[in-house]
Design a protein around this ligand. Structure first.
Ligand code: ADP
Length: 484
């Protein structure tokens, strides 16, 4: 602005004021040093202050404390250099006390000699725009977090083609970002034929209600392997060409389902076996009694008793598993001599185990407040496994060691051993090792789950050392300090 135009403006002060008063912005002027000497009525209405209260630096009291320093620095720089400025800040509404965002713009007016005589400024309400920007930023942040999720695979599809996907989706399908860029991922291709009809049905559902329910299917990964997944899809109302798919890895659930099915099959088989033997023996006994062969009958009865015990133990373990699930497994509180208990268990088990010699070390008197039957369950399970999973071996060693703080019972066998990747899993419900040799040995996969549960009830730990082909040692350690 030149001095002539400024002169003209100032000369018609009234028309200038009218202009300032009809503008939708807050309008103000300052002296060359930045001291405010005029504010329009809108400024006064907004701040609920008189022009006198706003003059000088009075308007500064309405600045948001977090913006004040920044604004004052920008202004100071402008007044020092004479460069027009723009700055965003929050200004307090006088009546409500709420802050709204404004964009201030100011320009200097110079005289003929080029000296600044005044600054003209406006402050435009940009609160709406700011809030929209913030909402956008937040929703973008949510999208980014979602896209970088390591749990949910997300893919954007156009027709059959996957046009964008997050890293998790790529990991699940086994494709690379390069494959994605080159358009090499096609959902028809990664859908196995037996899931195609279901997937197409989901597409139809999508056309009607803009989202599908979650459904189970599998991916055919790039290397041909399969991954069980849970999938869902939505369309964007603003873009009917693209759909967004959400995918969850369902393999853990599927694996548990598989184990349960296998468990039911094995459990029914295991329960039927002793009952079949019992049935045969009962028929035999009936005949013998008929023929008065008492001595043989007594031996048969003993065998029948053993079968009944097996059946009952199996049923008890199954019941215990369900009690653990419902949190109703009961524990008695009694003083138990671990040494004596181990001696008793080893002696009894040895009587029915002709294949292995059970060797017990260190079974000195060691008192431990607990439930005798639950402890018995731990040791019988571990010794039974040691015998079962070492068919070629001759001995199983059991060891009791104490320190001032702990008591440790170890069961050591010279059998098949346990591969490192299975050592955590064997304590899971229904888990049975995958190897053919282990599978040939009967079991339900609940023994170690029960053992681990009881051990942890007493604040103890269970650990396994093992070397495949050479044997395993299970160590159960209980704290003694908590007992004291
Ligand atoms: P199971 O009834 O199958 O024996 P467990 O829960 O007792 O169930 O054991 C789970 C799995 O751990 C077994 O199927 C077996 O593969 C493995 N396992 C347990 N004890 C031993 C051992 N002493 N040596 C080798 N493998 C073992």
């Amino acid at each position: 602005m030149t001095l002539t135009s400024c002169d003209q403006l100032l000369a018609s002060e009234e028309s200038w004021r009218v202009l300032a008063e009809i503008l939708p912005q807050l309008v103000w002027t300052t002296r060359a040093d930045g001291c405010v000497d005029y504010t329009n009525q809108r400024f006064c209405d907004y701040t609920h202050a008189t022009p006198e209260q706003l003059q000088g630096y009075g308007w500064g009291q309405f600045l948001h404390p977090e913006d004040a320093e920044r604004v004052l620095t920008v202004r100071a720089h402008a007044f020092r250099t004479g460069i027009p400025y723009e700055v965003e800040y929050r200004l307090q509404e006088g009546q409500t006390g709420r802050y709204r965002w404004f964009l201030a713009r100011a320009m200097p007016v110079r005289d003929e000699a080029g000296h600044i005589v005044r600054w003209f400024g406006t402050s435009t309400d940009i609160d709406e725009q700011k809030r929209t920007e913030e909402a956008l930023r937040q929703s973008q942040e949510c999208v980014n977090i979602l896209m970088s999720s390591s749990i949910i695979g997300i893919a954007i599809t156009e027709g059959e083609q996957i046009v964008n996907a997050n890293d998790t989706y790529l990991r699940m399908t086994g494709y690379t970002r390069e494959d994605l860029r080159e358009g090499r991922i096609n959902w028809m291709q990664i859908t196995p034929p037996e899931y195609l009809a279901q997937t197409l049905q989901a597409q139809q559902e999508l056309a009607i209600q803009q989202s599908t329910t979650l459904y189970e299917k599998e991916f055919v990964r790039k290397d041909g392997s399969r991954l069980p997944i849970l999938a869902g899809r939505v369309t964007l109302p603003s873009n009917s060409i693209q759909t967004i798919g959400f995918v969850l890895d369902n393999s853990a659930r599927k694996e548990l389902e598989r184990r349960k099915d296998e468990f039911i099959a094995v459990a029914s088989h295991e329960l039927r076996a002793p009952l079949t033997v019992l049935k045969l023996q009962a028929a035999l006994l009936k005949k013998r009694i008929g023929r008065q062969s008492m001595q043989k009958s007594a031996a048969d009865l003993e065998q029948m008793g053993a079968q009944v015990n097996n059946g009952v133990r199996l049923m008890e373990e199954l019941l215990d598993v369900s009690r653990i699930q419902t949190g109703t497994l009961k524990y008695a509180q009694e003083s138990v001599d671990l040494g004596a208990l181990l001696r008793e268990i080893v002696e009894t088990m040895q009587q029915t185990c002709p294949t292995h010699t059970l060797i017990l070390h260190g079974a000195t008197q060691t008192m431990f407040v607990s439930d005798r039957n639950r402890l018995r369950q731990i040791f019988i399970n571990l010794i039974n496994n040691a015998i079962k999973y070492s068919p070629q071996a001759k001995t199983v060693e059991i060891d009791l060691r104490t320190t001032a703080e702990t008591v440790t019972i170890s069961v050591h066998d010279h059998g098949l051993g346990i591969p490192p990747e299975q050592r955590e899993k064997i304590f899971e419900r229904f888990y049975r090792a995958a190897g053919a040799r282990e599978h040939a040995i009967p079991g339900l996969g609940i023994g170690l789950y029960l053992v681990a549960e009881i051990v942890s009830h007493y604040g103890g730990t269970i650990a396994v050392d093992s070397q495949v082909g050479h044997g395993s040692t299970f160590h159960v350690t209980f704290p003694r300090t908590s007992q004291a």
